[in-house]
Design a protein around this ligand. Structure first.
Ligand SMILES: Cc1ncc(COP(=O)(O)O)c(C=O)c1O
Length: 448
């Protein structure tokens, strides 16, 4: 492929590309990245940036990780792709086996797809059809948590409606019952009471509860206690409602355990269906999976084709994705990976007191390898001038962040060197100094 100069790259990008979640008229030119290594990205001018958000939370063991890259290359020379209807292949079987063994009970089966949103669509379809196949009529409602984000396809949008991203599509989104998360303005007791009330009046109509366990990511890194999530699950189980965990973000050790579900299980709560994607391939290949219990799977067994899950994608169980995922999971067998995960959490914890008493920071918090906090601001909406300023300022200082309004977070790859994360916190202190002068009363401060 011909090498493009930095200028050519930006000019041709502007001519031909349409970027996700971007107002193309006002957005700053994109970062023109040509190479990645470990926790760093390099632009076309040779500048180096710490990828503090793991490239939208997908990267796990660092960019261009040689173990995963080699596994994909080897698989590509063996079998690049084959349809997965009526066909199977070793990487798909080995990965499914490994996922079932690594996931908490009662996960027993793996249905592959290709991104987080499709993993959610599959889970929703499974939940609706599960009850139909069992002959239970009227289970047509889904309950979700306020502020949750589950992706950008129509079912995922309906269940994430309250996140506020989907206003133009509101007329086409099916009805979903939202209950409070039990963080921010509402207590856990109030959230549980809201679920109890809904289950008492409409439990017989509810097919499933869908939630992001422990962390609501895109709505601003809102943390939930595992004990609270477990309570929600237990109430659903008692009411004959399936529970779907969206672990698209929380999976692959972001919360300190391979799956957030493990922490919920300690309090006696469990899901019937778990959706994973993002970190599944270590950030190399677009791939997802919807894991289910044996009971969910069994409800689709019948002598009628109509009882089967008639859903699939051209690239279902793509062998390259499976090979990447297997290599990614093998790296979790190395002690050093877990030592790094614990070290990242310890660094976040060490900085927490300094952030907690900083006058320009609100609500600093840590869950596993994720640290988040708000910059004091009168603008908290997605894509606000405040969030654009924060992103650009960190970028000038060599760090890629993607604030959610005025919420800033670190979600680093696990290979991140201690010095890199330490420098990121020092850089934050510089950014805060500039932030302080911006929001001080004066011309333009109303924008921040
Ligand atoms: C919790 C959660 N679920 C689902 C999705 C959708 O995943 P994808 O962007 O791969 O469709 C996301 C994406 O950020 C997510 O954070």
């Amino acid at each position: 492929m011909k090498q493009l100069t930095h200028t050519e790259l930006l000019e041709r990008d502007a001519q031909y590309c349409w970027h996700p979640f971007t107002q193309m008229q006002t957005a700053a030119p994109p970062l023109a990245v040509v190479r990645g290594e470990g926790e760093f990205l390099f632009d076309a001018q040779g500048n180096k940036y710490f990828d503090a958000v793991s490239s939208w939370w997908v990267n796990i063991h660092g960019h261009s990780n040689p173990t995963i890259a080699k596994a994909i290359a080897q698989q590509a020379l063996e079998l690049e792709h084959v349809m997965f209807a009526g066909v199977t292949h070793p990487p798909a079987v080995q990965l499914a086996e490994r996922l079932v063994h690594n996931a908490p009970a009662p996960m027993a089966k793996v249905f592959y797809s290709d991104n987080g949103s499709t993993a959610i669509e599959v889970a929703l379809k499974m939940a609706f059809q599960y009850w139909q196949n069992k002959g239970v009529a009227g289970k047509s409602r889904i309950v979700a948590l306020e502020g949750g984000y589950h992706g950008d396809t129509f079912g995922a949008m309906a269940t994430g409606k309250s996140s506020g991203f989907y206003d133009p599509f509101a007329p086409w989104l099916f009805h979903v019952d939202f209950i409070p998360t039990g963080v921010c303005a509402c207590t856990e007791e109030e959230a549980l009471a809201s679920l109890d009330q809904l289950l008492a009046s409409h439990g017989h109509e509810v097919a499933a509860l869908l939630l992001e366990p422990l962390i609501q990511g895109a709505s601003g890194m809102r943390f939930m206690r595992a004990a609270h999530v477990a309570e929600l699950c237990k109430r659903c189980e008692a009411a004959g409602v399936l529970v779907i965990f969206d672990e698209v973000f929380t999976g692959f050790a972001r919360t300190g355990t391979l799956f957030a579900a493990e922490q919920v299980a300690q309090f006696g709560g469990q899901a019937d269906i778990i959706c994973i994607s993002k970190g599944l391939t270590g950030g190399f290949m677009p791939m997802a999976a919807t894991l289910t219990s044996q009971a969910v799977y069994d409800a689709f067994l019948s002598d009628q084709v109509g009882h089967a899950l008639l859903h699939g994608h051209s690239y279902t169980a793509n062998p390259l994705g499976c090979a990447a995922a297997l290599a990614n999971l093998a790296l979790f067998d190395e002690e050093s990976t877990w030592a790094n995960i614990h070290r990242i959490e310890a660094t976040h914890q060490r900085w927490l007191p300094a952030l907690a008493c900083h006058p320009l920071i609100e609500n600093p918090r840590v869950c596993g390898t994720v640290a988040a906090f708000e910059l004091k601001s009168s603008h908290s909406q997605y894509g606000s001038s405040a969030s654009q300023w924060i992103r650009q300022t960190f970028l000038e200082l060599g760090i890629v962040v993607r604030p959610l309004g005025n919420t800033v977070y670190w979600v680093p790859p696990y290979c991140t060197e201690p010095e890199t994360l330490e420098n990121a916190y020092q850089t934050l202190m510089q950014v805060l100094q500039r932030w302080g002068s911006l929001i001080a009363p004066g011309p333009g401060s109303e924008l921040f």
